[in-house]
Write a protein that binds this ligand. Structure first.
Ligand code: GLU
Length: 321
């Protein structure tokens, strides 16, 4: 069914979602990265970005938090921009692992590539593929510039988070070297891991994530800067990656209940994409057992369910002024 919704009704819906969800309890901050354990647990924000660049926000949408695994989407976009869809599929893959984000088992079970750039192994592999191979500084600059392009404004490295994560990323170190063992990493493993750790430690706001989500929803056109960040033909590829594994081993449940592809991060953020519709982000630090923000999930679902939107065949909405 085609539905028309005014921007003011959407504004009211976002405010209602915020009110309904703000006192939800449950979950706990990620504590395996010490820095994240100390972020105030009661922060909560929702931001929705429309293709005309208009932002609809409630709560703590300008609080800067660790982007963490949402950065995997950004760097997957960079690899797609630099090397194309075929190369990403051949060197990394686009399959869900069905296992937790940092699974070593998933690497052992895969025959020839790490599965997807949206789990830790594939994300480290994606960092290894970023060009120019062999030049850490230039690779980092490419990663940062691409994040800025998608978010429409610069992100800032959170040095404390980077230090905290570097001091404790033993599992990711094992992943990087296991990938090396199987020829599934395409640059120096330690350098690739460091780039991954740094990208996860970038500070971002829910507002910036909503803009990045809307850039993907708008087929590569950043709604705020009007820059065509990536060729429109790559949009379905990135949406397919997110839809397959954005919530790791719980992606099926998420797609079934929310109807839209979204990517989570253990910093408490979630970035959702309704292709042709809007970008949406929510942020609240307490996570469920699978490492996904409790309130951010509830908030995004509240909005998608009330709108009836669903990439598998829900209502199509036209947003009017
Ligand atoms: N930097 C985190 C890690 O590699 C990201 C995990 C996540 O956000 O899912 O453990």
């Amino acid at each position: 069914m085609k539905k028309t919704i005014s921007t003011s009704s959407l504004r009211a819906l976002v405010a209602e979602a915020y009110d309904q969800v703000k006192s939800a309890t449950g979950g706990a901050n990620a504590d395996y990265i010490p820095y994240l354990a100390n972020v105030p647990s009661d922060l909560f924000g929702i931001a929705l970005c429309l293709p005309n660049g208009e932002l609809i926000e409630a709560g703590d949408t300008d609080y800067v938090f660790g982007i963490e695994s949402i950065s995997k989407v950004h760097t997957a976009v960079l690899v797609l921009r630099q090397s194309g869809a075929d190369e990403l599929l051949a060197k990394i893959g686009a399959d869900a692992t069905g296992l937790p984000f940092n699974s070593i088992m998933a690497i052992l079970l895969e025959k020839d590539h790490p599965s997807t750039p949206l789990v830790n192994s594939g994300a480290i592999s994606a960092c290894s593929l970023v060009k120019p191979v062999g030049n850490a500084d230039a690779k980092w600059q490419a990663i940062v510039d691409n994040m800025t392009d998608l978010c429409g404004s610069p992100l800032v490295l959170q040095q404390e988070l980077y230090k905290s994560e570097t001091a404790t990323n033993f599992n990711n170190k094992s992943i990087a070297w296991l990938l090396k063992n199987y020829n599934r990493i395409y640059d120096d493993p330690d350098m690739s891991l460091d780039l991954y750790t740094r990208q996860c430690s970038m500070g971002v706001t829910a507002r910036q994530l909503a803009v990045a989500g809307c850039t993907i929803a708008s087929y590569g056109m950043n709604p705020v800067t009007k820059q065509q960040v990536f060729p429109s033909a790559l949009a379905p590829k990135i949406v397919a990656l997110i839809a397959a594994v954005g919530f790791y081993e719980h992606t099926g449940d998420w797609m079934y209940t929310s109807g839209i592809p979204a990517k989570t991060g253990v910093g408490g953020g979630i970035m959702g994409v309704l292709p042709g519709g809007f970008g949406i982000a929510a942020f609240a630090p307490p996570l469920d057992d699978a490492g996904n923000s409790v309130k951010a999930q509830l908030a995004i679902k509240y909005i998608t369910q009330h709108l009836g939107v669903n990439v598998y065949g829900g209502d199509s909405i036209e947003i009017t002024a």
